[in-house]
Design a binder for this molecule. Structure first.
Ligand SMILES: [Zn+2]
Length: 431
């Protein structure tokens, strides 16, 4: 008997023979109840969540999650970034088909962002175990460390180290506001695994992620589920517009060097150009390095510009058009200049694996669905660099996330779980 056969036998021996080899199905009651149960760690009185990466509540929910995975026959590996890989053996040995997301939340987060994906993965494992269903390839549930970036900057840190986008040294040395490092917290909670955090040490056959949409498209369309075909490219800039402060009462309107006047035109222009190029432009932070006073013309304006597009070339064009427009506005505003334009961060557009996406598309067939290019980053952006990856979105109320009022219905959660299970099974039998 080969190793894989013996371990497979072990997995199923506590399952009644009558239940073995039946088709696995998501238990709608159980997936919802377990999701809510897992929110006891980090719950806030307003119904939301505050479970920052690697804090005490995060450690508790991770420990519980591992125990639940072990109960359905998983072998658990924790890597050097604290990423959790719970693997249920398949008929064959080799890299698992993974279902991953995150359990950490924003400080004023909700109960579904990330949590849904991890709990749906657990439900898929439970459903397979209960049915005695043997997949060809091993299946894995993954908890990626510090996806939110709310405690340790940047976001998607655990998956970035696994994918080789960031070094282990970088990942472990990130510190929170109190100066506590990722490595110190991993040690304190005994989540500092001995296995290297890398796609070479822990290869994956594929990665599927179920997530709430975090946007209003599905809610507006009244559709429960979406096939996610990729993730938009984005770029962040810090831009400084310099003018000259002067007295509000003594400086005539036509002789002012007012950076705020130029900034207002820039803000409108960025929005118009985004619409023209089919992208997005947002100015989410505005301030000034100068001391402000009611009766003074302000000295400078400093703001952050976020631009996005699903096509890298189109994003290049949008950026070029915005640069040209801002330069023109500054040149046409008396005494005002663009003092600096600094690139802060960015990411290229991601196109998910066509076959994995097709598996999701086919799994969505029973439901009214949308096709969406994600506007937000996810761990799947990192996994897509190392293995075939696809995502599923479910509807969330009013498109709200990162807020205690974040909400998805029990029905939509069950649909999301069923699509995840079906997509994974389709992929498993085809590769
Ligand atoms: Zn998330």
């Amino acid at each position: 008997m080969s190793l894989s056969q013996s371990s497979t036998t072990t997995v199923h021996e506590d399952v009644p023979v009558s239940l073995r080899l039946s088709r696995p199905a998501i238990n709608a009651q159980r997936i919802n109840d377990t999701l809510q149960l897992s929110c006891q760690w980090g719950a806030t009185p307003d119904g939301g969540m505050n479970r920052l990466a690697l804090n005490d509540d995060d450690a508790l929910v991770r420990r519980w999650y591992i125990e639940e995975c072990v109960k359905v026959g998983c072998d658990v590996t924790v890597d050097a970034m604290g990423n959790i890989f719970a693997v249920r053996p398949g008929k064959q040995q080799g890299p698992p088909i993974a279902m991953g997301s995150h359990l950490d939340t924003q400080p004023t987060g909700g109960r579904y962002d990330g949590i849904l994906g991890c709990l749906a993965a657990l439900e898929v494992l439970r459903a397979c175990h209960e049915a005695g269903y043997e997949t060809k390839h091993p299946l894995a549930a993954i908890v990626w460390t510090n996806e939110e970036g709310a405690r340790f900057i940047p976001s998607m840190l655990g998956s970035a180290v696994w994918a080789g986008v960031r070094s282990l040294e970088f990942g472990q040395s990130r510190v929170d506001e109190a100066g506590v490092s990722v490595r110190e917290e991993l040690e304190r909670h005994r989540f500092l695994g001995v296995t290297a955090s890398s796609h070479e040490a822990i290869p994956l056959k594929a990665h599927f992620e179920l997530h709430i949409e975090q946007g209003p498209i599905l809610d507006a369309a009244a559709h429960p589920v979406a096939v996610v075909t990729g993730v938009q490219a984005f770029r962040w800039f810090e831009i400084k517009v310099q003018g000259r402060g002067s007295h509000a009462g003594t400086t005539p309107m036509h002789l002012r060097h007012n950076p705020l006047t130029a900034f207002c035109q820039m803000a409108l222009s960025a929005e118009q150009l985004a619409v023209q190029f089919g992208g997005l432009a947002t100015i989410g932070r505005v301030g000034s390095l100068a001391t402000q006073s009611t009766n003074c013309i302000i000295d400078d304006i400093v703001f952050h510009l976020d631009i996005r597009h699903h096509d890298d070339d189109k994003l290049d064009q949008l950026e070029a058009a915005i640069r040209e427009s801002f330069a023109k506005i500054a040149a046409e505003t008396l005494g005002v200049r663009l003092a600096s334009w600094e690139a802060l961060t960015g990411s290229q557009a991601v196109k998910f694996d066509p076959f994995a996406v097709d598996c999701v598309r086919n799994a969505c067939k029973p439901y009214p669905k949308e096709e969406i290019i994600s506007g937000a980053g996810h761990d799947s952006v990192n996994t897509s660099k190392r293995c075939p990856t696809a995502m599923i979105f479910i509807r969330c109320k009013d498109g709200v996330s990162h807020h205690p009022s974040e909400f998805s219905t029990r029905e939509d959660i069950a649909i999301g779980g069923s699509v995840l299970l079906d997509a994974v099974c389709r992929y498993d039998s085809a590769v």
